[in-house]
Ligand binder design. Structure first.
Ligand code: SAH
Ligand code: MG
Length: 210
């Protein structure tokens, strides 16, 4: 039996004015920020993990970065976004928050930028960007995660597409879905990580580095 949205929503914590404004901005401008139930689960796992540094791939307007910074009062976050307009919005929103000095936004393609100029290691990496490139992001950034660190990967459901037979996936999305499946098979068998899939939000994969 499916739970009602209202029941799930009854557990969502209240957010401050700025976060509500960002949620409205995202809805009005079709910015795909993380779902509320997903971010709450992610934040709770982060509170348990207690990372000192987080690298986020895919800032959008800075919503999830701000939520993580508010959940972890000491954490330093570096977040990468390639869309110039979104970077500008993220910097404006973050500047208005109480966590501005703990979030660094880097503009550029995550496959090209140098995040080691800010921090040399990241206790947690949150991958929430171009869906066809998870394996490339993972291969580039996992070496910066120490043993015991965690990579969190959002949108494993791809809004339901990842569960379809490839012939039922719209043509222009097939490469993306094939890449996701290749990545999933690869990571689930990878000897250096213990991985678990959490069916929350749009699907969250959690890879603990041995
Ligand atoms: N984490 C955000 C949502 C990110 S949406 C939140 O929950 O609030 C995904 C973002 O990733 C988009 O803004 C997109 O422009 C960005 N993106 C996609 N591919 C990227 C890449 N290769 N490098 C940097 N950013 C990328
Ligand atoms: Mg996402």
């Amino acid at each position: 039996m499916e739970l009602s949205d209202a029941y799930i929503h009854s557990f969502i914590q209240p957010r401050n004015e700025l976060l509500l404004e960002m949620e409205q901005f995202a809805a009005a401008n079709h910015v795909p920020i993380m779902q509320l139930s997903g971010i709450e689960a992610l934040n709770q796992l982060l509170r348990i993990q207690q990372p000192k540094t987080i690298l986020e791939i895919g800032t959008a307007i800075g919503y999830s970065a701000m939520r993580m910074a508010l959940a972890l009062p000491e954490v330093q976050i570096v977040t990468v976004e390639r869309d110039e307009t979104r970077v500008a919005h993220a910097r404006e929103f973050i500047a208005r928050s109480e966590v501005a000095e703990r979030i660094t936004v880097i503009e550029g393609d995550a496959l090209e930028v140098d995040v080691e100029q800010v921090q040399s290691t990241y206790d947690a990496v949150f991958i929430d960007a171009a869906k066809g490139q998870y394996q490339k992001f993972f291969e580039k950034y996992a070496p910066l995660v120490p043993s015991g660190g965690v990579l969190y990967i959002d949108n494993m459901y791809m809004h339901g597409l990842s569960d379809l037979d490839i012939k039922e996936v719209p043509r222009r999305k097939r490469t993306m879905i094939r890449n996701l499946k290749t990545f999933t098979d690869w990571i689930m068998q990878h000897p250096d990580y213990t991985s678990a899939f959490f069916p929350i939000g749009d699907g969250l994969l959690i890879c603990l580095k041995r």
